[in-house]
Design a protein around this ligand. Structure first.
Ligand code: ZN
Length: 259
């Protein structure tokens, strides 16, 4: 626990002299990466950015790492069947993220953790950005999908059969972090197709052994409400356990990078 650090640790709230002083303590930057996309009838469009930003805030409360402003727009072409969703192309997204992180390396950041709140869908782009940052800018970059850093605890706390999009896990996390933004009275369970194809699974922790994707038309046919899975079993207690799992795992990496 560092209580002597200059400024809050949130880059957007700090002055440049505070950043300069903070760099005496750390060379690690957390970049929350989300999307603005539909999350069913019961949750707001900003879920995928709210989650990694709040998780990053807990990490910087326990370490000297810095927290960048979140990236609000991601790769969400499969969600444009509902209003309020934005998407950028895979090329735009990669270039934008690369430039954000590379520019931080100009003023002393050596380690970047991309905290990805958008389940699975923009993983490929983030992996490419990580590789380019390492090979072209010598930045130690990491793709940190939230779903991976809470997966073990998610297996333990889950009670629902299916949690894919805007369902048990995300709704629980939002109930823990931003309960005022969740409308449980509007939450409804949406079953995925009775049978997935071999090696695929409509679940965030599923046996997805092959890469696959959905279009907006597919999603529109799958789910009139927008979510896939059962958000009605979400609780703030489950969410708190998921958040803490993610925070403690990310802190392990941050601490190791500080050595
Ligand atoms: Zn989401």
């Amino acid at each position: 626990m560092s209580d002597t650090k200059p400024g809050s640790g949130r880059v957007a709230e700090m002055t440049w002299p505070e950043i300069e002083a903070a760099l005496e303590e750390t060379r690690t930057l957390l970049v929350p990466v989300g999307s603005t996309e539909q999350h069913g009838r019961h949750m707001p469009l900003g879920v995928d950015a709210y989650m990694p930003e709040a998780i990053g805030a807990r990490v910087i409360a326990r370490s000297s790492a810095l927290l960048a402003p979140p990236v609000w727009y991601g790769v969400s072409p499969h969600h444009t069947f509902k209003p309020g969703t934005f998407t950028v192309s895979t090329e735009t997204f990669q270039r934008y993220l690369f430039d954000i992180c590379a520019s931080a390396s100009e003023w002393g950041i050596e380690n970047v953790l991309l905290l990805n709140g958008h389940y699975l869908a923009q993983d490929p782009e983030l992996e490419v950005v990580v590789r380019r940052l390492r090979s072209e800018r010598d930045v130690r970059a990491f793709h940190v999908p939230l779903v991976n850093v809470f997966a073990d605890v998610a297996e333990e706390v889950r009670t629902g059969e299916v949690s894919f999009h805007a369902s048990e896990f995300e709704t629980s996390i939002m109930l823990a972090l931003f309960p005022e933004l969740v409308h449980m009275d509007r939450a409804e369970s949406v079953d995925p197709p009775a049978e997935s194809l071999p090696l695929t699974d409509y679940d965030a922790l599923g046996e997805n052994e092959v890469g696959w994707s959905l279009t907006a038309r597919d999603m529109g046919e799958l789910t009139p409400a927008g979510n896939i899975g059962d958000p009605t079993v979400a609780t703030a207690e489950k969410g708190e356990a998921l958040v803490e799992s993610a925070v403690s795992d990310i802190c392990l990496l941050v601490d190791e990078l500080a050595e």
